[in-house]
Design a protein around this ligand. Structure first.
Ligand code: LLP
Length: 418
């Protein structure tokens, strides 16, 4: 987890006091440090490309805010997209079709037609999708997603690679799938798997690349297909806790490259990191509005709830929290940080040692760049909040807050009810 500087008891983020950002833009607000974002992208790209020709396909589901995408477009990233909306959003900021790869799951014919019309790369997820795509378009390069039988993730909800998963083509059907792709007039160029998100160990990822490599060789033996690229998916871990060890991506990159270069005739690797690229770059600033002490628990009530950041409520995920204006104060007790949503599950953090809170304090929730704003919602009729970009002490609004009109914009009351 990234630590931030302290200036006389005030948290510094992006070269300025977090409090100054909250004062200027209000709370809750997601704030992204452009330098951290660029650094994380470069780190993953440089590490893998040292060992093998690498395409970083940023999994934009993690954070598809236009300004964030534009920065990654400038960095030279490619994209992993999962919907027509993601493809169009990336194209809007300048990604060409050749830099976008679409990997859907339970994809409708309409969606297949739309993405093939847009000309992006397609990774096929099922035998049904293979047959249906070939009815829409042939003579296009495709990859196939397999279920490697190895899963990993921070909780069961995000493990995708285990046997029996809803993702990918089961290993037993993979050889048939590649033969069938040829028969149908498609051009198989790649093989893909994504085993899950937020797992801490590199071994399952390396194991999945071994399965991909072996399968690529079997496909070559069976059908004479020389695949060009192995795609190992995403799932590079980012530590959320202080003093937690980072994933050894150097070791991961060198092991994966060894397997591919020594055991197959494939020469290129695609990696689809989402979390790794954006997680650390962004904090959520939220104001303490209420302090409550009960016989058994103490609460810091803030103006962000699981409508703003759903990960703690949905996955029981840990996000580090600090009081930005009491950055050097000693901890006084343990607190749960809770929001305004009318459910007991509405918590951002549990049992955290923190300095004595007061109404008006500013709470910073760390590591919110991945699956933070992207999963926010308007539950309890609370419009979504702002996003701000900060770069060496300079702030820019990159998304305005929604307003109440936005909540009603697409709704209609039938005339007969009026
Ligand atoms: N590639 C594919 C095909 C994926 O499905 C995903 C994530 C990724 C890449 C990127 O995985 P990452 O590098 O970010 O671990 N909402 C959850 C995470 C869901 C991930 C879904 N797929 C969370 O907040 O933890």
């Amino acid at each position: 987890m990234r630590e931030f500087d302290n200036d006389s008891g005030h948290m510094i983020f992006g070269g300025m006091r977090a409090e100054a950002i909250a004062d200027e833009f209000g709370t809750p607000v997601y704030v992204t440090d452009e330098n951290i974002l660029r650094e994380s992208y470069r780190n993953v790209y440089d590490t893998f490309s040292k060992y093998i020709d690498t395409k970083i396909q940023y999994a934009c589901k993690a954070n598809s805010s236009l300004a964030i995408l534009k920065i990654l477009e400038q960095e030279g990233s490619c994209i992993d997209a999962v919907s027509v909306g993601e493809v169009l959003t990336c194209m809007k900021v300048g990604f060409s079709a050749s830099r976008i790869s679409y990997t859907g799951n339970n994809v409708s014919d309409a969606e297949l037609k739309a993405v093939s019309d847009l000309g992006v790369g397609i990774t096929i997820d099922s035998l049904s999708e293979l047959e249906r795509l070939a009815k829409i378009r042939t003579n296009i390069p495709v990859s196939i997603r397999i279920t490697p039988g190895i899963g990993s993730g921070h909780c069961g909800k995000v493990v995708t690679g285990s046997e029996g998963s809803k993702f990918g083509i089961p290993l037993d059907d993979v050889i048939y799938a590649y033969g069938r792709a040829l028969e149908l007039g498609l051009e198989p160029i790649g093989i893909h798997s994504h085993i899950g998100s937020g797992g801490k160990d590199i071994e399952p990822l390396i194991g999945s690349v071994s399965v991909l490599a072996e399968t690529a060789n079997d496909i070559k033996d069976a059908h004479g297909i020389d695949l060009k690229i192995i795609n190992m998916g995403g799932g590079i871990y980012v530590p959320y806790r202080p003093n937690e060890e980072e994933m050894d991506i150097e070791e991961l990159a060198s092991s994966v490259a060894d397997i591919i270069l020594n055991e197959t005739s494939v020469r290129s690797l695609a990696v689809e990191p989402g979390r790794y690229v954006v997680c650390d770059s962004t904090i959520l600033l939220t104001r303490c509005v209420d302090v409550k002490r009960t016989g058994t628990k103490n609460y810091i009530g803030v103006d962000a709830g699981f409508n703003t950041l759903i990960r703690p409520a949905f996955y029981d995920s840990y996000h580090y929290a600090a009081i930005a204006n009491k950055f050097n104060k000693a901890c006084e007790g343990k607190y749960d940080i809770v929001g305004p949503i009318c459910e007991t599950g509405d918590h951002l953090a549990r049992d955290r040692a923190l300095p004595a809170p007061e109404e008006g304090d500013l709470v910073a929730i760390y590591s919110c760049g991945a699956y933070g704003y992207a999963m926010s919602n308007t539950y309890n009729s609370r419009p979504r909040c702002r996003e701000v970009l900060v770069n060496n002490g300079r702030t820019e609004l990159i998304r305005d807050n929604e307003n109440f009109e936005d909540l009603w914009r697409y709704q209609k009351i039938p005339n007969r009810l009026l």
